[in-house]
Design a protein around this ligand. Structure first.
Ligand code: NAD
Length: 354
């Protein structure tokens, strides 16, 4: 298991540090883990003048899986767009052809009170949102700014999906559903968009290869509503880049805290980049306050999806549940009046429980 560690910026080094301790525990038990460390985002810009420098590119290509903290920070906001930290993230995803983004939204029963929805609506929630990551309106050409015939400034973007792009993400959706409850909901806007009409046709066609999976289709506006009305109706959702961007953030709020949710971005052969969904939290960086659980759960996803080590994935996930059941809480998941522990103490508890 050649694993590249990219702590990134802000709270990144603190939270990734705790996940590395879990990896070191596995390594000490004889799991064949080989760690290397590198720079991405603002940290890479500081050292090499680019958020995804050549040296990191080589490390990333050589690795089997990558654990990333988070990138960005106010000190980089005035940099030219091409060298901002987020460009490092977009760059590595593109370079490694990571087209499938898997974001689970689950609510641990111990945290049911931290969700913005009523506990009975969300308790036991466990859904997986699969977002296509390299196509759609974020990458379609042409795009830009121009002056129209009436002399007015306008901006324009192009929504675009090729059949093969829909096919490969549909396969990820169906395969993921096969490993779970065999229910897949494809989200589009086929009542309005030609891109979505193609999307729906292709997903339906691929579905014939997975007769055991119950496939349904939903318009994105309805899906946004159903996610807050009755989120437990979903198992796996598959959708395009822009709809997935929005729906996965919406779903993350169901889970109570942004500090709890992991993600995976995979290529066609399950090489992956694993990272928490939150940002670099500059407001609490360096203060031993950040919750490392999302990062440690990203490691569980890595063990499951890139290394097929369901046993190690479950040890991590069960460890997290044990720690939560014991009452350990960082500030972001503590209810008013509950005792709060720091990043390092949460790491100690996680390492012991795994
Ligand atoms: P953020 O996710 O960093 O923070 C939002 C809020 O959640 C803050 O109050 C923060 O303290 C809190 N928070 C986030 N993670 C936490 C954790 N693990 N434990 C406890 N609290 C946590 O979002 P933002 O403030 O909008 O962005 C800050 C920076 O992060 C920006 O530069 C942004 O561009 C970048 N960003 C990076 C990523 C990424 O690396 N994938 C994602 C989103 C934002």
């Amino acid at each position: 298991m050649k694993i590249l560690i990219l702590p990134g910026d802000g709270i990144g080094p603190e939270i990734v540090g705790q996940a590395v301790r879990v990896l070191e525990k596995f390594k000490a038990e004889g799991v064949p883990i080989e760690l290397s460390h590198g720079l991405l985002g603002g940290a890479a810009h500081d050292a090499h003048g680019h958020p995804y420098p050549e040296v990191t590119q080589q490390q990333a290509r050589a690795a089997d899986a990558i654990l990333l903290g988070c990138v960005g920070g106010p000190q980089y906001d005035t940099l030219p767009r091409a060298v901002r930290p987020e460009q490092g993230l977009l760059g590595i995803r593109k370079d490694l052809k990571l087209f499938a983004n898997l974001r689970p939204a689950m609510l641990y029963p111990e945290l049911a009170a931290s969700s913005s929805l009523k506990p009975e609506v969300v308790a036991g929630l466990d859904i997986m949102i699969i977002r296509e990551l390299t196509g759609d309106i974020y990458f379609g050409q042409p795009r830009g700014r121009r002056t129209n015939a009436a002399g007015e400034d306008e901006g324009f973007d192009t929504m675009h999906y090729a059949k093969s792009e829909v096919e490969r993400i549909a396969h990820v959706g169906f395969r993921t559903a096969m490993k779970r409850n065999k229910k897949l909901c494809s989200v589009d806007k086929a009542n309005v968009l030609d891109t979505s009409i193609l999307w729906r046709e292709v997903v339906t066609e691929i579905g014939k290869q997975y007769p055991e999976v119950q496939l349904s289709h939903m318009y994105v506006d309805n899906a946004a509503m159903q996610l807050v009305r009755a989120p437990k109706q979903f198992d796996v959702i598959v959708t395009g880049n822009i709809f997935g961007d929005i729906l996965s953030d919406e779903a993350s709020m169901l889970a109570g805290s942004i500090g709890m949710l992991p993600s995976a971005s995979l290529d066609a052969s399950n090489k992956g980049l694993y990272e928490p969904i939150h940002g670099s939290a500059p407001d609490i960086a360096g203060q031993n306050k950040a919750n490392p659980i999302a990062t440690v759960l990203s490691l569980a996803m890595m063990m499951r999806y890139s290394f097929s080590r369901e046993d190690l994935a479950q040890r991590i996930e069960t460890g997290v549940r044990k720690v939560l059941a014991s009452g350990a809480r960082t500030g972001d998941i503590a209810l008013p009046g509950e005792a709060v522990i720091g990043t390092k103490a949460m790491g100690d508890a996680l390492v012991a429980a795994v």
